[in-house]
Design a protein. Structure first.
Length: 186
């Protein structure tokens, strides 16, 4: 009888340790995802998905999807080309903020495409960006929303200025040449 009690106690102890280890690993995984995607994006996904486990699963799906893309740095000539185009768009903002914001939106999309991001759907594009550029993805979403509202005639000049600043932040993150990428990788 004592042996049975000892075996049950040992089994309960092993089960408790296994549950504690699983909970620790599960929380650690969530913390790693929060670190990678940022608190704001993690909270937004958690709210949309309906809970922590669902958010973790969605963010892991994003990571796996983006791992299958051929995301690459820009060539030196692409880097120069896009840098020059941005300066042109930026210098036109004072005289034509509306067209400059729309050109900035288009230019960011072109750079994303040149880097290897799929361009079909804005929401998926933003989700994909969150994997590698979590610090600016919410700003990109805000900028895009302002550009859309401007097409309906609902954006102020200050809104357009804010959108342009947001596009610039993402543009800077995306505008990485092959040479810069190699320096950072060393």
């Amino acid at each position: 009888m004592e042996e049975v009690i000892i075996a049950i106690i040992a089994l309960v102890a092993v089960a408790a340790i296994a549950v504690a280890a699983w909970l620790w690993m599960d929380r650690r995984k969530g913390a790693q995802l929060r670190d990678r995607f940022g608190e704001e994006e993690y909270r937004r996904v958690r709210t949309r998905e309906g809970g922590r486990r669902q958010a973790d699963a969605e963010l892991e799906r994003r990571q796996k999807r983006v791992e299958n893309y051929d995301i690459r740095p820009l060539t030196h000539s692409q880097y120069d080309h896009y840098s020059d185009r941005w300066r042109t768009v930026q210098s036109a903002f004072v005289d034509s903020p509306t067209s400059s914001v729309h050109e900035a939106d288009d230019l960011v999309a072109e750079v994303m495409n040149a880097r290897g991001y799929p361009m079909e759907d804005f929401d998926e594009r933003a989700a994909d960006l969150s994997v590698d550029h979590a610090s600016v993805v919410q700003n990109y979403c805000r900028a895009h929303a302002i550009a859309v509202s401007d097409r309906r005639g609902e954006a102020s000049t200050e809104d357009l200025r804010q959108a342009f600043v947001h596009y610039r932040a993402l543009f800077d993150k995306l505008l990485v040449s092959t040479e810069q990428h190699q320096e950072v990788s060393r």
